[in-house]
Design a protein around this ligand. Structure first.
Ligand code: COA
Ligand code: ZN
Length: 324
């Protein structure tokens, strides 16, 4: 039998999702959810972020969450870190990976991180130095490049510009780079072109694609990235997500919808979809509102419904009487 192609799914709901929620999710509820996610088969879980509690109050309990979860062997537990202070906090919790973030667009970087891209780069270089040299830890480093497929303030970002930033971080020895469509501006042919170029130029890097479904193109973009050789995707349970500093940036690609599609198409995502759906069903109670997931509402393609009894279905009777 043909070996199914293995894909790597990385859950971001408790970071990219919760950072944007008005209702604070209790620390114990976050821990219980992450523990449930650890049983779903993810390659990686982005647990939380070690940012300023004033900037992102929803994640002000990062240490408690990181210390409270039961870590399952084989799952990489990563956290978002904006600066050296964040890295030190993260390292004190024994994280497997730190995920550094900056935007490839100057305007978005200034809005989100309140500094120029060059200042961000210098700061992230310091973080990498602290993790790998000063503290000489084996902690992996990933860099997420926001607005890599369009900026809500500047518009298109040149592919060469994105590749230049990847190169700058590859030169610093990071192990992975995530290309983020922060505000759902990417479209399939653009994604295919960028992914092919990045894949060809940086064979040694773990490349992740991070789509938002702001304009309904996330699944189409995923197929384009797959076609270009990408095998690693961020996704958010229930379709939660957004960037507090990107207007209208709601909704990461929904994990259960992504997995449902990929498994139907014959890929091995390693995700237990039943468990992921059960975890997703817990979200509305935690955040106080409905989630975008279509799959949660409609069920899986072959979750069949019983046929209504013929003697209680008037439209069915009318149909039979006509003899059609
Ligand atoms: N952890 C905890 N506190 C931090 C911190 C960190 N990693 N980094 C900064 N702080 C605190 C400082 O101690 C300071 O606190 P004070 O006002 O009580 O003195 C305050 O935050 C401001 O610090 P400063 O160094 O002036 O940073 P800033 O105001 O320029 O903020 C960031 C820079 C990046 C730390 C902040 O904007 C941030 O965390 N943004 C969130 C970015 C993000 O996660 N966006 C969504 C993901 S894409
Ligand atoms: Zn995002």
């Amino acid at each position: 039998m043909l070996q199914k192609k293995r894909l790597y799914i990385q859950e971001v709901a408790t970071r990219d999702g919760f950072q944007n929620e008005k209702q604070f999710v209790d620390t114990d509820a976050k821990i219980a959810l992450i523990d449930a996610l650890s049983e779903c088969g993810y390659a990686k879980i982005e647990v939380t972020s070690f940012t300023s509690p004033k900037a992102i109050p929803a994640l002000r309990d990062a240490e408690a969450v990181m210390h409270g979860i039961a870590r399952k062997p084989g799952v990489v537990y990563t956290v978002l870190v904006p600066n050296v202070r964040g890295a030190e906090r993260a390292l004190s919790c024994g994280v497997d990976e730190v995920n550094l973030v900056m935007s490839v667009s100057e305007s978005h970087n200034r809005t989100n991180l309140r500094m120029t891209r060059e200042q961000s780069f210098a700061q992230l270089r310091d973080v990498i130095n602290v993790v790998h040299v000063v503290k000489s830890t084996p902690v992996a480093i990933n860099v997420s490049l926001s607005t890599a497929m369009g900026c809500p303030m500047e518009g298109d970002i040149e592919k060469e510009e994105v590749l230049r930033w990847i190169q700058s971080f590859a030169d610093l020895g990071v192990h992975g780079v995530t290309l983020c469509d922060t505000t759902g501006m990417a479209f399939p042919t653009q994604v295919g072109d960028l992914c092919r170029s990045a894949r060809d130029a940086f064979r040694e890097l773990e490349l992740t694609l991070h789509f938002h479904n702001t304009r309904g193109m996330a699944l189409a973009n995923t197929l384009a990235a797959l076609d270009a050789g990408i095998d690693r995707f961020d996704a958010s349970l229930g379709g939660l997500g957004g960037c507090p500093y990107a207007p209208g940036a709601t909704g990461n690609v929904c994990t259960e919808e992504l997995v449902h599609m990929l498994e139907l198409d014959g890929y091995d995502t390693n995700i237990d979809l039943g468990r992921a759906l059960a975890a997703s069903a817990r979200l509305p109670a935690l955040i106080g509102h409905d989630v975008p997931s279509q799959l949660l509402k409609a069920g899986r393609r072959l979750d069949l419904h019983p046929m209504p009894p013929t003697d209680t279905a008037p439209e069915q009777r009318a149909f039979t009487k006509e003899g059609a």
